[in-house]
Design a protein around this ligand. Structure first.
Ligand SMILES: Nc1nc2c(ncn2[C@@H]2O[C@H](COP(=O)(O)OP(=O)(O)OP(=O)(O)O)[C@@H](O)[C@H]2O)c(=O)[nH]1
Ligand SMILES: [Mg+2]
Length: 388
């Protein structure tokens, strides 16, 4: 089963704001009417109860939402970029792959859609840039850049009950009796090599039950490798093979927390009985089912809240908007960058308005404080200007 995957998710950039409505410099016809750009598409996570591995996403390594479209004349807002939806099995944990502290970004517990990555906002069109001084703005904003993040997915089966025990203790046989699953049953240890799944039907409800491959303190033990899948189980069925069966100790050595807050039902393996003895005749199975149902409901349902989108990752404005490196002055104000990258500063009238913006934001003052002089370079995002 594929239960780990990495995926680069990229939201859409915002569309650029439009510059429109001014046919001739300072001779307006109808005033500025450039519309805003549309927002970039978002990346959305949706739980899907029909999925039971990460196989589908494992074929993909990158998912990108559509960019927002630019605004246009007549105050027409650009179309939003289409969102991209990633379907994941319930029980998937999502981490930031670059974060060494392994903080969980999201846990997929319901089928509800949640946004994991916002798209860039659309840039404002020139009709929004008018103010009491500049009535016919020639400036507009570029759309916000998109966000990207490499996520790591870790799938843990979403089950109510897990069967554990040594290899060959009769787990598959029990699973075949209590559900209509048809696992391989054989007299050799490690017949079961991956997690098997079945459904217990009771009058009230259905419960998912899994069989974990045999657990043993040995190298490359398949049971240990699949232990994370018992994490979500509320009840463990331990099929005990002998008096000093080490299964529980082995689990505790792997991860103490795995057995926390779990109800346990212990069933003696047929190994305890005389040859040919059978643990699981019809009446016994019914009794075990009742016990499972009682114990599943003893465990208080953990209320797992769905988090909202993670904190904004990129748009953290810096306090110091100007950075000086020799005779290069870099302007770090995001909004100013978006305007500079959107417009054509070769036109003197556009430049005049842009200088006004620098003044209003206190940036020109800061440039003078830092000793800017003729011939120095100003970098604003991808734009470079010579100060004159
Ligand atoms: N007589 C008897 N035989 C059983 C019982 N349960 C299991 N067996 C037999 O024991 C052997 C192992 O049973 P499995 O159910 O495959 O055991 P398992 O724990 O799933 O084994 P692995 O998946 O290999 O770890 C098979 O030959 C079964 O037929 C039982 O209650 N009574
Ligand atoms: Mg088995």
């Amino acid at each position: 089963m594929i239960d780990k995957a990495k995926l680069l998710i990229i939201s859409g950039a915002g569309g650029d704001g439009s510059i429109s409505g001014i046919r001739k410099k300072f001779v307006p016809r109808g005033g500025p009417d450039g519309g805003d750009g549309g927002a970039g598409g978002r990346i959305i996570i949706k739980g899907d109860k029909n999925l039971s591995s990460l196989k589908e996403v494992s074929f993909i390594n990158k998912i990108k939402a559509e960019n927002g479209f630019p605004g246009s004349a007549n105050n027409k807002r650009g179309k939003k970029g289409k969102d991209k939806i990633i379907r994941l099995p319930l029980g998937t944990l999502i981490y930031d792959a670059k974060d060494s502290s392994k903080k969980i970004l999201r846990e997929v517990t319901t089928e509800q859609k949640t946004v994991i990555l916002e798209g860039g906002k659309g840039g404002r069109g020139n009709s929004k840039m008018a103010n009491s001084v500049v009535q016919y703005p020639l400036l507009a904003e570029k759309g916000e850049t998109n966000n990207k993040i490499l996520i790591e997915l870790d799938y843990r089966m979403n089950c109510d009950v897990a069967i554990i025990g040594k290899p060959n203790c009769g787990k598959s046989f029990f699973l075949s009796k209590i559900t209509n699953a048809k696992p391989l049953i054989d007299q050799y240890p490690y017949t079961t090599t991956r997690v098997e799944k079945g459904v217990i039907e009771t009058i009230k409800k259905q419960y998912t039950i899994i069989e974990v491959p045999g657990i043993e303190d040995s190298k490359n033990n398949l049971g240990i490798k699949n232990l994370k899948h018992i994490k979500r189980a509320k009840v463990l069925i331990f099929i005990k093979s002998e008096d000093d069966d080490k299964t529980i100790r082995v689990i505790n050595n792997v991860d103490k927390d795995l057995l926390k807050e779990k109800e346990m039902i212990i069933i003696n393996s047929f190994h305890y009985k005389e040859p040919g003895g059978n643990n699981f005749k019809g009446t016994e199975i019914e009794e075990i089912k009742k016990e499972i149902e009682r114990k599943v409901n003893v465990v208080p349902e953990k209320t797992e809240e769905i988090e909202g989108p993670p904190e904004k990752i990129v748009f953290d404005f810096e306090k110091e908007y100007v950075e000086k490196n020799g005779d290069v002055f870099e302007i770090k104000h995001q909004q100013v960058i978006r305007i500079a990258e959107r417009v054509n500063l070769d036109h003197w009238d556009v430049m005049a308005q842009f200088m006004k913006t620098l003044h209003n934001k206190g940036i020109s003052k800061r440039l003078f404080e830092l000793g800017i002089k003729e011939g120095d370079t100003i970098k604003i995002g991808s734009v470079e200007l010579e100060w004159s």
